[in-house]
Design a protein around this ligand. Structure first.
Ligand SMILES: Nc1ncnc2c1ncn2[C@@H]1O[C@H](COP(=O)(O)OP(=O)(O)OP(=O)(O)O)[C@@H](O)[C@H]1O
Ligand SMILES: [Mg+2]
Length: 274
């Protein structure tokens, strides 16, 4: 079974797209270095802002004919082939493939609202082509909208990026509760909350250390902590250059932290026999 990692949090700007893009690239690179026969990773951008699409392909000029929007609007029988037709190779790496977002996704939510089976319009075609990939990574928008629901329904592992200032237990528990609701409500027994990734950590800020300590000792959340990425200007510079942080500066603290995090996900992929 191919693992599908969805990065989700309804809070904006917490590092979902940064984490999804760098993780997708990191998985492909790590699998290749380990000699895996298939190191291909598919990154699906479900956010109409298309930030993940822009940094990994150099453009966000995708629309009615060549994006996730096209897949969502396709006839059921043609949706898997449409999905394959819309996938592009990332400028970052030949093994990283992108299903681009489009500003039209904003309208797609309204167009699909109330249509039977709408929430499965990503999961269904994806399940028919997924064997081509060693892993899939999904970036979501900062809300629990229909698009985010589609991403969660298509996923096996939900990862919640969170800034240390948003670490309050209540907020995090509500995100986790929402993911569990989707598992129960849409009968997706494979979907589980796989981990929390703390982003933009600054150890010089006392509040950050305090919140991280609280998270580590929390009875439920502590077990879910999968990584801590430091606040690091290399991330912003990499974004501006449409580069991954690994490529921009492999020795940057954020690169090292993402590499560690990716290592944990690759272990899970290996357990699935990919
Ligand atoms: N570790 C980091 N250090 C410094 N800046 C970071 C780090 N991670 C992310 N950023 C910056 O924070 C901003 C938000 O990051 P990102 O776009 O990944 O968040 P997001 O959760 O996807 O946002 P949105 O909710 O709008 O989709 C970006 O400008 C990014 O460059
Ligand atoms: Mg984003």
């Amino acid at each position: 079974m191919t693992r599908v990692f969805v990065f989700t949090n309804h809070k904006g700007g917490v590092g979902k797209s940064t984490s999804a893009t760098n993780t997708a690239l990191g998985i492909a690179g790590m699998l290749r270095r380990a000699g895996a026969p298939n190191a291909r990773v598919l990154l699906i951008d479900t956010d109409s802002q298309a930030h993940a699409t822009l940094v990994t392909t150099g453009t966000k000029d995708y629309g009615v004919d060549n994006s996730l929007y096209t897949v969502l609007m396709a006839d059921r029988q043609n949706a898997a082939q449409t999905l394959l037709n819309c996938i592009v190779q990332s400028t970052w790496d030949a093994d990283l493939h992108i299903l681009p977002a489009s500003p039209m996704l904003e309208g797609a939510e309204r167009e699909l609202m109330g249509i039977a089976g709408a929430p499965y319009r990503l999961a269904d075609p994806l399940s028919r082509i997924i064997n081509r990939y060693a892993a899939v990574v999904i970036d979501t928008r900062p809300s629990f909208s229909l698009m985010t629901e589609m991403g969660l329904i298509a996923a096996t592992d939900a990862i919640v990026p969170v800034e240390p200032r948003y670490l309050e237990t209540v907020g995090l528990m509500s995100v986790i509760g929402k993911i569990n609701d989707i598992r129960e409500g849409w009968r997706q027994p494979n979907l589980r909350v796989s981990g929390i990734l703390v982003t933009k950590m600054n150890t010089r800020i006392r509040g950050h250390n305090h919140l991280l300590d609280e998270l580590k000792t929390h009875s439920v959340l502590g077990k879910l902590l999968l990584g801590v990425v430091p606040a690091n200007e290399a991330v912003s510079y990499a974004h501006q250059n449409h580069q991954s942080v690994f490529n921009y500066d492999p020795k940057a603290p954020a690169s090292k932290a993402y590499a560690q995090f990716v290592g944990k996900l690759v272990q899970r992929i290996a357990k699935c026999g990919a």
